[in-house]
Design a protein around this ligand. Structure first.
Ligand code: FAD
Length: 395
């Protein structure tokens, strides 16, 4: 017999942590099984649009992020080669009024700490590090999970299992939910963090900048209370594996941007070290779960990062899961199907929009000129309204 109102979560990334928090706030006892021996923030920065910060507020984690996150004053889109401004959108108080919640940028580890701090304050969550979920079986009243730990196999039992185990989800594989395999998109995201004092004067300050160029783009924004800057450069790349050290050499990326405008080249020249991240997504799934098992975050809807929505969608998943769990009876199966029904169409739409942004961002030739003309003709607010349906979402 599975203990009632208990939950197992595979994976303690942003999605798993947020889901644990949401479930604990709904009165569940949660065991969070994480493969890594330590919680490390893979990558660097994360943009948190209004839909994401609204979820963080509901989860009780927003205040914990306040000291380390930056509230940018504006979002600038620029032409990568010519350097010309294409659109400037005020963020700060103006965007908060417009979309009903703040836009923030943060270091991933600060976001993880905020979620963990809120989890500790809520109670009822056991975080088990160094546990790899290897398999599970589901029956009428619960789920049994086998996890390896230091060469031994541990068994866990709970009323339901949430697979928040990322794009290469074992839970998704075991559920055999087609079409599952991640698709390599022939692009790499090169990520680096530099101290703010190294930034050229004109580019310092609390602004998110996006330079668009043929087959590449570059993003910069401050994190860590403005003491560091997160850089993400996206290029075409045929290597379907991540790279660091010689696999992400500063010379290689400098060569890729050597025809770009001086500001973009100056930023590309700053980091001593990059991490090259091969970009994959998955096609929208036809279903997310069976019985007392479901998926959340990248496991359910891994997407290209061009709209900065992967973590945001995981936070939305978690708040919806919390709402349905709070209202659930003893049988959790209908609650999990309701959660999926509330999430699947929206996340599929965001996945498709992220693929669309891949095309628009990386245009060359006449397409690029047409895009730039449209962007310059519109107000910055209008450019942002294009994604208003994403930012205005509320649980
Ligand atoms: P993950 O972060 O992948 O976490 C999965 C966890 O599960 C990991 O800790 C892993 O160790 C664990 N795990 C895996 N398998 C097992 C197992 N068998 N047993 C136990 N544990 C397991 N999103 C935004 O919202 N804003 C942004 O600005 C943004 N920028 C991005 C920039 C780049 C370059 C990239 C690549 C992504 C970006 N994203 C952004 C997307 C975002 O990072 C992801 O969507 C988000 O982190 C997914 O969180 P997750 O918890 O679902 O998965």
């Amino acid at each position: 017999m599975a203990p009632p109102r208990t939950l197992l979560i595979a994976g303690a990334g942003i999605g798993g942590l947020a889901a644990a928090l949401a479930a604990a706030r709904a009165g569940f006892r949660v065991v969070l099984l994480e493969r890594a021996a330590r919680l490390e923030a893979v990558g660097a920065g994360v943009q948190l649009a209004a839909n994401a910060t609204r979820c963080l507020k509901v989860l009780g984690a927003l205040d914990h992020l306040a000291r380390s996150a930056v509230r940018p004053d504006a979002f600038h889109i620029l032409d990568g080669t010519g350097g010309r401004a294409l659109a400037q959108t005020p963020l700060g108080a103006a965007a908060e009024r417009r979309f009903g919640a703040p836009f923030l940028v943060a270091h991933r580890s600060d976001l993880q700490i905020a979620l963990l701090t809120a989890a500790h304050a809520t109670g009822g969550i056991a975080l088990k590090l160094g546990r790899t979920v290897e398999d599970f079986t589901a029956d009428e009243d619960g789920v049994t999970v086998l996890a390896s730990h230091n060469g031994a196999v541990e068994e866990y039992r709970a009323a339901a299992l949430i697979g928040a185990d990322g794009i290469r989800s074992l839970v998704r594989d075991r559920l055999a939910l087609a079409p599952a395999p991640p698709v390599f998109r022939e692009r790499a995201a090169w990520r680096a963090m530099v101290p703010m004092e190294l930034m050229p004067q004109a580019l310092a300050g609390p602004t998110v900048r996006l330079w668009l160029g043929p087959d590449a783009h570059l993003v910069s924004y401050p994190v860590r209370a403005g003491s560091a800057v997160n850089l993400v450069a996206v290029t075409q790349d045929g290597r379907a594996f991540h790279g660091w050290g010689s696999g992400a050499a500063p010379d290689e990326i400098a060569a890729r941007f050597n025809r770009w405008c001086p500001d973009a080249r100056a930023l590309i020249g700053l980091p001593e070290r990059w991490i090259r991240w091969a970009l994959f997504d998955i096609d929208p799934l036809k279903r997310w779960g069976r019985g007392r098992v479901t998926l959340l975050g990248d496991a359910a809807h891994a997407m290209l990062p061009f709209l900065a929505q992967g973590a945001a969608q995981a936070l939305e998943d978690a708040t919806v899961l919390g709402t349905v769990l709070a209202a659930a009876g003893e049988d959790l199966e209908p609650a999990l199907r309701l959660y999926e029904a509330r999430r699947m169409a929206r996340t599929a739409k965001v996945q498709r929009a992220a693929r669309g942004a891949d095309t628009v961002y990386h245009l060359s030739g006449a397409g690029r000129l047409a895009r730039n003309t449209v962007l310059r003709a519109r107000s910055g607010e209008a450019a942002m309204e294009r994604y208003g349906w994403i930012y205005r979402w509320a649980p």
